[in-house]
Ligand binder design. Structure first.
Ligand SMILES: Cc1cc2nc3c(=O)[nH]c(=O)nc-3n(C[C@H](O)[C@H](O)[C@H](O)COP(=O)(O)OP(=O)(O)OC[C@H]3O[C@@H](n4cnc5c(N)ncnc54)[C@H](O)[C@@H]3O)c2cc1C
Length: 224
């Protein structure tokens, strides 16, 4: 077997093919890694909206560590648009945006209607009656930040597990959350347009579509 080009891609192919027991020859027209690879900054940050890129990077870090050629020292990210900022948000940042909260409140309202129709009593979480949650979540910024956020004390570094899944390139748990409500609506012969839309958008994000900022997400889910 012959691999042409001794950049990171060719060398990686040769390494893995040889490891798998194949007899491989590498042809390089100049020096090894004299192409783009020579100029790379060597960044393998664990932060990328594309699941494929995340898998590449995670595996690269594991392999470089295994080969003893790599030390991690962290990185600093700056966002230059609403979309790239969405990738960096913590749970607290997300909850501080009323447009995000309006989407969550609308999906809760829809969910509560479905549960009521199905005769299911939702459990009380954090001392708040479930029927009040959409009002609290959807309340204006001033009220939400100064009254509810101050009381709930959310860890400043906490991130939503779904955001973590998307960043890590994993399949999210959306089927067990909003997807459950869509399935319940179907069983009841009803519709759950808001939760259905959220599931569709999460599916797109799983396939690597860039995340949406708060305003865009609100328009995409609520249509206004
Ligand atoms: C300034 C800069 C910074 C970058 N920083 C990063 C970074 O921080 N993180 C990151 O992940 N990526 C980074 N990249 C991107 C990364 O460098 C490239 O994606 C990667 O090196 C591409 O590797 P490659 O093996 O496909 O190509 P190359 O490295 O270009 O390798 C191709 C090889 O093929 C050889 N070749 C071509 N034609 C023939 C032929 N006919 N016969 C034999 N040999 C041939 C060339 O001589 C060359 O050695 C950066 C790129 C640049 C330019």
């Amino acid at each position: 077997m012959v691999v042409i080009g001794g950049g990171i891609a060719g060398v990686s192919c040769v390494y893995h093919l040889a490891k798998a027991g194949l007899d491989v020859t590498l042809l390089e027209k100049g020096e090894l890694t004299s192409g783009s690879t020579h100029h790379a900054a060597g960044l393998v940050t664990q932060f990328n909206p594309s699941p494929t890129m995340m898998r590449f990077r995670r595996y690269s870090v594991e392999l470089y560590r295994e080969l003893g050629v790599f030390d991690t020292f962290g990185s600093l990210r700056m966002a230059s648009s609403e979309e790239s900022l969405a990738e960096l948000r913590t749970l607290l940042d997300e909850l501080s945006q009323r447009d995000y909260r309006r989407v969550v409140a609308a999906s809760q309202r829809e969910g509560l209607r479905l549960l009521k129709r199905a005769g299911i009593e939702p459990a009380k979480i954090g001392g708040v009656a479930p029927s009040l949650l959409p009002f609290i979540i959807g309340s204006p910024d001033l009220l939400f930040r100064n009254v509810f956020l101050a009381k709930w004390k959310i860890d400043a570094k906490a991130r939503s597990s779904m955001n973590d899944d998307l960043i890590a390139g994993r399949r999210t748990e959306v089927d067990y959350l909003n997807g459950e409500l869509v399935a319940l609506a179907e069983r009841l012969g009803m519709d759950a347009p808001i939760n259905r839309r959220i599931v569709e958008l999460v599916r797109l994000a799983e396939r690597g579509v860039d995340p949406w900022g708060p305003g865009t997400l609100r328009r995409k889910v609520l249509g206004r």
